[in-house]
Design a protein around this ligand. Structure first.
Ligand SMILES: *[C@@H]1O[C@H](CO)[C@@H](O)[C@H](O)[C@H]1NC(C)=O
Length: 466
C-alpha cells in the first residue's frame, strides 16, 4: 500500500532545515527536530571481511565480500552501542512477524554467504570503497569508532563533517576512479538555498528502492526478539557486552588489546557470564554493546577474533530498535576530539566489527572498507546538548538537523529500518515496548517525516553519496 505524498509537504520539511544553520566546532547544526528519515540507504558494493587475526604480528588478513540488496550492508547483523554518560532504561528489538530470530538469522547468513561467493568473481575491490574510506575517515575523526589508532586513515582528525544536504564536496570521484579526500576547510560554507528541490520526491518511487512512504503490510505485527528493562532487571534474548576481554571472559593480547567480554551489571568490569545491566549511569566514555543472546560457538557468525566473546547481532532488512534513555550532563569538557568526554552516543555497527576489532588496527575490521555504521543519536562535542545522526560506509551522509540531548529526564526513541530507509523518531513518553508491536505503530514511525511539520527532516543519502 502506498500513500501518495505531495511534493510540497516534503519540500517544507527539507526547507526548514536551512533556517539558522551554524557550524560549531566542525559540525553543522540546523534545526532541532523530533524525527529524521534517511532514504536510499542501501547499496551494492564490496567490503573486506576479516579472515584471520594474528596476535603475534598484530596483522590481519581479509578478503573482498560483496553485498547488495535493500538496506545493505546494514541488512546484515548489527550490534547496538551505547556510550556514557547514559542511563539506559529500556531497549527492545523487533522484526516483522513472529519473534523467531533464529530462523531469519540463519537464512540471512546463508543469503549473505551466497552473495559473497557471487561477487567474489567480479572483484571490484576499489569500486566505490574509496569513497566511503574518505568520508567515513573524515567524519569519524572527531569521535566514536577508531578513537585509538588511525592506521591507514588520515592522521589528522579533520573538523569537516558530512556537509548538509546536497553538498557533494566530500565524495567527488576523480577521473581515474580514485577518490580525492575532501579539502579540509576551517569553515565550510553554509548550506546553500538551492538543495531543497533535490530531496523532494515528486513522483512515483523507483521500482527497486524502498520509498519513504512505503508502509508495513497488514499482518500480525512485529515480534519482539530482545528486551531489556532496567527497572525490573529483565534482559531477554540479548546480552550486554563490554570491551574488557580477559576479565572473566574473552581474551587480551598486546597486539589487539581487550576483546569483547560480558559486562558486569554496573558496566565497570568484565564478567564470566551474561549479566543484566543495572539501572545505572554508564560513565562518560564507557561503552556497552548489545547483541542477541545467541552465541557464535557453532561458527555461524563467520570469522571472529580467537578467544573473544562472540554473539549474533540483529539481522534483516526490516528491523526496529526502541530505546528509553537519559544522557545526563556530567559538566566535564575536553577539547580532545579523540577523547569522548561527556559525549554520549547510541549507534550501530555491522556486528562483524566488534567481533574482530572495533578499536585498533584498521585492517582488522571491515569498518574502513565500508561494512556499515549508523549513528542514531550521538553528541559530537564534549558537553554539547545536541545529538546528531550519520550513516557511514560506502554510502554515507549525515543530516544537519539534530535532536535535543535528554539531560534531565529519559526519552523514548524508535529506530525503524524498513527496506532502504531508516527512520529515527522521538516517541511519546507513554509509548510501551510490548512483545508484539502493532503495524499501526510501526507505520506511524515510517510516516513520521511525511507530515508538513518543521520538526521532521528527510535526508536522501543519494544526494551526498553516489
Ligand atoms: C535467548 O533468550 C530467549 C528469551 O529469553 C530464550 O527463550 C532463549 O532460550 C535464549 N537463547 C539462548 C541461546 O540462550
Amino acid at each position: 500500500m502506498k500513500r501518495i505524498l505531495s511534493t510540497v509537504a516534503l519540500m517544507a520539511a527539507a526547507t526548514s532545515a536551512q533556517d539558522g544553520c551554524a557550524n560549531d566546532r566542525g559540525n553543522w547544526y540546523c534545526a532541532r527536530v523530533n524525527a529524521i528519515t534517511y532514504t536510499e540507504v542501501g547499496g551494492e558494493g564490496t567490503y573486506n571481511r576479516v579472515t584471520n587475526m594474528d596476535p603475534y604480528s598484530g596483522t590481519c588478513s581479509s578478503e573482498p565480500s560483496g553485498y547488495s540488496g535493500t538496506l545493505s550492508p546494514l541488512n546484515e547483523e548489527v550490534s547496538l552501542h551505547v556510550r556514557g554518560p547514559t542511563i539506559l532504561k529500556q531497549f527492545a528489538a523487533y522484526a516483522p512477524g513472529e519473534p523467531s530470530a533464529k530462523k531469519s538469522k540463519r537464512s540471512e547468513h546463508a543469503r549473505r554467504q551466497a552473495h559473497g561467493a557471487k561477487h567474489a568473481h567480479h572483484g571490484h575491490p576499489h569500486e566505490k570503497r574509496a569513497v566511503g574510506d574518505m568520508v567515513t575517515a573524515t567524519i569519524n575523526g572527531l569521535v566514536q569508532t577508531w578513537v585509538n589508532t588511525y592506521d591507514g586513515l588520515p592522521s589528522e582528525p579533520s573538523a569537516v563533517e558530512v556537509p548538509p544536504l546536497g553538498d557533494s564536496r566530500l565524495v567527488s570521484p576523480a577521473a581515474d576512479g580514485e577518490y580525492e579526500p575532501a579539502p579540509s576547510e576551517e569553515d565550510p560554507p553554509a548550506p546553500s538555498a538551492d538543495y531543497a528541490p533535490e530531496i523532494a520526491y515528486s513522483g512515483a518511487p523507483s521500482s527497486s528502492k524502498g520509498s519513504v512512504w512505503d508502509v508495513a503490510s497488514p499482518g500480525d505485527g512485529w515480534g519482539r526478539s530482545a528486551y531489556f528493562d532496567a527497572s525490573s532487571a529483565v534482559a531477554e534474548g540479548m546480552v550486554f557486552l563490554y570491551h574488557f576481554g580477559g576479565q572473566g571472559s574473552g581474551t587480551f593480547d598486546y597486539s589487539f588489546g581487550n576483546s569483547l567480554s560480558y559486562a558486569s551489571c554496573d558496566a565497570q568490569a568484565g564478567a564470566s557470564s551474561p549479566q543484566v545491566l543495572e539501572d545505572c549511569e554508564l560513565p562518560s566514555g564507557r561503552e556497552v554493546v548489545l547483541m542477541t543472546n545467541e552465541t557464535c560457538e557453532d561458527g555461524s557468525c563467520g570469522y571472529t577474533r580467537p578467544g573473544t566473546v562472540a554473539h549474533h547481532g540483529f539481522a534483516g532488512s526490516r528491523k526496529a530498535f526502541f530505546f528509553e534513555f537519559q544522557m545526563p550532563d556530567t559538566g566535564e569538557t575536553s577539547e580532545d576530539a579523540y577523547d569522548p568526554v561527556n559525549m554520549p552516543a547510541i549507534w550501530m555497527l555491522n556486528a562483524q566489527i566488534p567481533r574482530t576489532l572495533q578499536y585498533g588496527n584498521a585492517d582488522c575490521s571491515c569498518w574502513t572498507s565500508g561494512c556499515g555504521e549508523f549513528d542514531i543519536f550521538e553528541v559530537l562535542a564534549s558537553g554539547d546538548s545536541r545529538a546528531k545522526s550519520t550513516l557511514h560506509g560506502n554510502r554515507a551522509g549525515g543530516d544537519s538537523n539534530y535532536f535535543d540531548r535528554p539531560v534531565d529526564a529519559p526519552i523514548k526513541v524508535g529506530v525503524v529500518m524498513y527496506d532502504d530507509n531508516i527512520h529515527i523518531k522521538i516517541l511519546d513518553s507513554s509509548m510501551e515496548f510490548p512483545s508484539v508491536m502493532d503495524e499501526a505503530t510501526i507505520n506511524d514511525i515510517l510516516g513520521s517525516t511525511l507530515t508538513q511539520n518543521s520538526m521532521v527532516s528527510l535526508f536522501r543519502v543519494a544526494d551526498v553519496s553516489g
